[in-house]
Design a protein around this ligand. Structure first.
Ligand code: 5GP
Ligand code: SF4
Ligand code: MG
Length: 465
């Protein structure tokens, strides 16, 4: 998901709508904005679909007045069952002592089931099936006085990955979990401030990127400025390495590095680790593009747009059912036949999850008369589900959970298939010595199976680590 908040500007909701539009790649299912205005109090609008289709008309933006607003773009993750209901769309708003608060959450709470049971037993009335709603109830029940203190209290009970943007009547609050699994950045916009999942959304509103919120940090922002707290027991950070590979936008800055440059470095690393003689390097657009450029630069094999993407489709992976997903690839991608015929082609993609994309693309490329097809993947095999906010299917559906690299190659019927090594990926994101096996510098659970936070809810429902 994507989260965004602004304080101290006229009609903050307009800025939030733009910010969410720039974060649309983080979630396309639904979006919502809550604003606060001295006269009208809290106002909220939550809708299914794209930001551009919902939060552009004057009619709706007029209903979200005030100098303070937060927003959320959603895609459902591990905990969610079936289709999203509108009541699951964030931000969540709750009125309780001290005037209430609204929150937008990116990540996934791994002890949400246990918390929910406990809260319901003690009388909380849940409105949604979302794990994030726990935070609001924990805040409402806290015995602390101020809302930031209540929030600290609440978040100390929460396990898992959370970047949160919240607002009271007068404050904008941002928090990252102690491991800093999901991103969150601070920006300056005119006389106000912005919080965003990624820097690309600061750019769209002309905000200056100030800094990342640190793992375990809470910032409380008012007209007077930014106050910083560290409410959690300090831990070694474990940022999601997959943000570098796929999730973040290539024009964002993560950990002081351009995501684009990191992806290009991944491609270079891949070319060194798994070279192959061929005529063309083609990306699976758009997610494979920077890595394909890096692969081509390193190998000297010409880069070509062998597959063309229809810009008017969303990301295939987001489509809910297998049937739609199967069609999705063809609706979205087409082979550039004239270029491919008779050629030995290297296809570069960011990841193989179910293998649906790769299988369809291989078919299309062979139909178009390619002489050979070689897959090069910019992440290690995805063998484990993510429980921290990226939607991966159950373990059984992951190709790499049951097959070796060679078995996957056979299954996909391609001439060769190679994934970047975990160490190679660490080198490409800037860790010169690779992965520190004793204390990994990132979360890489979907590749390694080493979960930095115990996925308690999942274990309770039968998941075996
Ligand atoms: P597959 O078709 O193998 O199931 O999925 C791989 C494709 O899904 C890749 O092209 C990748 O770009 C795309 N994708 C979209 N969203 C996600 C996501 O959240 N996780 C992963 N691993 N891949 C995703
Ligand atoms: Fe990121 Fe993978 Fe860890 Fe999930 S499991 S947070 S996708 S590295
Ligand atoms: Mg892709």
């Amino acid at each position: 998901c994507g989260i965004f908040g602004v304080i101290g500007v006229v009609d903050a909701a307009n800025f939030v709508a733009l910010g969410l539009h720039a974060l649309q790649h983080r979630g396309q299912e639904a979006g919502g904005i809550v604003s606060h205005d001295a006269e009208q109090g809290f106002q909220s609008a939550r809708r299914f679909g794209y930001v551009r289709d919902n939060f552009t008309s004057q009619k709706i933006m007029e209903t979200l007045p005030g100098p303070l607003a937060i927003g959320h773009v959603r895609y459902s993750t591990a905990g969610s069952k079936g289709q999203t209901a509108i009541r699951d769309v964030q931000p969540f708003f709750g009125e309780f002592a001290m005037g209430g608060a609204a929150i937008a959450h990116n990540g996934n709470i791994t002890n949400a089931n246990a918390l929910r049971r406990e809260l319901i037993e003690r009388g909380s009335i849940f409105q949604s099936s979302s794990d994030s709603e726990c935070i609001i109830h924990l805040m409402a029940r806290s015995l602390q006085r101020t809302i930031p203190e209540r929030m600290e209290d609440a978040l100390r009970r929460v396990e898992g990955a959370f970047s949160v943007v919240a607002m009271t009547r007068t404050k904008l609050i941002g928090v990252r979990d102690p491991l800093g699994v999901r991103p969150l950045v601070l920006g300056r916009v005119a006389d106000g401030w912005a919080l965003s999942s990624e820097t690309c959304a600061l750019d769209i509103i002309g905000a200056e990127f100030i800094r990342e919120i640190k793992p375990g940090e809470m910032v409380v922002i008012t007209e007077k400025g930014v106050e910083s707290h560290f409410p959690f027991r300090p831990q070694k950070p474990r940022f999601c390495i997959f943000e570098h590979v796929y999730f973040s936008r290539p024009d964002s800055i993560l950990g002081g590095r351009s995501v684009y440059e990191t992806r290009e470095a991944i491609g270079r690393e891949l070319a060194k680790e798994a070279p192959v003689d061929a005529d063309l390097v083609c990306p699976v657009p758009d997610s494979g593009t920077p890595a394909a450029i890096g692969f081509s630069l390193e190998s000297g094999i010409p880069y070509a747009m062998g597959i063309i993407r229809n810009q008017y489709m969303g990301r295939t992976f987001i489509e809910p059912t297998e049937q739609i997903r199967n069609m999705g690839v063809r609706l979205k991608l087409n082979v550039n036949r004239a270029l491919i015929k008779g050629k030995r082609v290297i296809l570069v993609d960011d990841s193989v999850v179910r293998g649906t994309t790769s299988r369809k693309i291989k078919e299309m490329i062979l139909d178009a008369g390619a002489a050979e097809v070689h897959f090069r993947i910019a992440s290690p095999p995805t063998a484990w589900p993510c429980f921290y906010g990226v939607d991966t299917p159950q373990r059984e559906k992951l190709l790499a959970a049951t097959m070796s690299e060679e078995e996957m190659r056979e299954h996909l019927q391609v001439d060769s298939l190679r994934f970047i090594s975990l160490d190679g990926l660490y080198r490409a994101v800037g860790e010169a010595k690779g992965r520190n096996a004793k204390q990994p510098q990132y979360c890489d659970a979907c590749f390694s199976g080493e979960y930095p936070v115990k996925p308690s809810d999942q274990i309770e429902s039968g998941f075996e680590m």
